[in-house]
Design a protein around this ligand. Sequence first.
Ligand SMILES: Nc1ncnc2c1ncn2[C@@H]1O[C@H](COP(=O)(O)OP(=O)(O)OP(=O)(O)O)[C@@H](O)[C@H]1O
Ligand SMILES: [Mg+2]
Length: 251
Amino acid sequence: MNRLEIVDLHANIDDKEILKGVTLKAENNEVHAIMGPNGSGKSTLAYTLLGHPKYTITKGDIKVDGESILELSTDARAKKGLFLGFQYPVEVSGVGYTSFLRNAYNTLSKTNNMEVFITVKEFHDYIKKNLDIVGFDQSFLTRYLNEGFSGGEKKRSEVLQMLVLKPRFIILDEPDSGLDIDGVKSVANAINYAIENSDASVIVITHYARILRYLNRLDFVHIMAKGRIVKSGGKELAEILEEKGYSWIEE
Ligand SMILES: Nc1ncnc2c1ncn2[C@@H]1O[C@H](COP(=O)(O)OP(=O)(O)OP(=O)(O)O)[C@@H](O)[C@H]1O
Ligand SMILES: [Mg+2]
């Protein structure tokens, strides 16, 4: 059973309130999209869920399987199964891609009852399967983490990590921004693969209906404005936004 509950969440940066009461529940296998204008607080919500120290929660709660995670560090939250794919992935020079994935996988697999890969070759074979899904060739594995990756390659890199680490709660912050058409399809395929091969619940933050059309499953679309979810609906909401923009929404 996977349940992520965001309850009346308020969060500040310095003394400025950015999240002003966000409530959202994501359960087993559900796919949610969050859309909303620039600056409405979508990335802030994503970072706050993972416990980024820049954000102070002033009210509300975040619960995983019924238990508050507010006191947990970011790595403890990752062990609970939370995963964030960044809007702006960072380049980490000096950290080899494969060893990063292997360390992260091994750390999570100890607590999360995941398949154990004894040899480097076994792990490499496991990654290779996932490389194909995101449309990466093996040469990326011998590079440093994200270093010199193009914008689109960084986005594929985020979803590759998602596939390898098998999270229970997947939060992807604009996984489609800057991607070419094939890239958007690859990222959508990776999300579809994760949904079909696990019970993970997924929250996709995006500005565009296009990626959502490729998803095999989309249960809810939420619109965020000025730090709140102001409207929720089904997938038709994404199409309405694509056509009409945000001006018709009452706040
Ligand atoms: N360090 C900071 N100091 C002051 N304001 C900040 C800081 N970081 C973020 N903000 C503000 O918080 C608000 C929400 O930003 P956030 O990045 O969450 O928006 P977003 O919905 O993800 O936008 P986008 O669609 O452009 O990615 C913005 O008005 C932003 O300027
Ligand atoms: Mg953002």
